[in-house]
Write a new protein. Sequence first.
Length: 281
Amino acid sequence: MPELPEVETVVRRLRSVLPGKEVSAIKVYKQKSFMGDIYELIGTRITQVNRKAKLIHIELKSGKNVLVHLKMTGQLIYVDESVRLGGGHPTADWLQALPSTHTRVSITFSDGSNLYFNDQRIFGWIRLLSPSELENEFARYAPDVIEESISDEYFWDRVQRTSRAIKVVILDSKIMSGLGNIYACDALNIAQISPYRKANTLSKSEADRLLDASKAVLQKGIELGGATIEHFRHIDGFSGNYQKEVAVYGREGEPCLNCGGTIIKEKIAGRGTYFCPNCQI
DNA sequence: AATTATGTTGCGGT
DNA sequence: AACCGCAACATAAT
């Protein structure tokens, strides 16, 4: 589920509550979801929260690092005393039902607040890593789409080197990180390029257009607090708003916002792909 | 009731 | 090496 905008939304909110907190207890409900020794975490304090690609990096004063990948259905939900007291909080009931059947790990802080890692499908994980292990993990991902190093020149170079479908290329985190299925479909629609096009058949101006659209959809996603299609939630249980303004994702049978054509859904590289066959050439 | 779908990514095979 | 297809898993919808 979560793509770059959703992860960024979570990171920004975590950054506003976690730094300075001391870990007092951890519960691992599902072994597969947590890799590391929980005793290296207990008693340490959080210094920073950052994001790289779709990874959430929580840095500890001890020098260790907590790395979280939400994969398809992961959520990080933060519950503190103000939520417990209710106080008209719109999602208070939902928050107070935690831990739930989908809670895989919970982290308790010394002030009594809790961070819950929920993950229905158990593809996501939390790992405890040394600085060098963290570097190795980060090195597996190319820079984020929205970083300046992903320039028109860089993208054009990579696009020319492969005949894979362009949709597969923009989803490839070895080329650039951050786009997932929703934002990739939307970027291709905005750039009016067919997801089936072989990458090396794009013109320079098409490649520029597609990179621009890719950066723009991710920025818009961040501004709207991510897309809540099914599982994604903010750390306080609220939904994002991007799904209300999607270009094509989930809009099968509805009109294309570019040309009024009818949006269709086909499977490309195993993923449901929404696009307008009229204007996406 | 069985089949198909789901936002990610890593692996094993060609 | 590049590329493709599927598996990891739970659940909801057809």
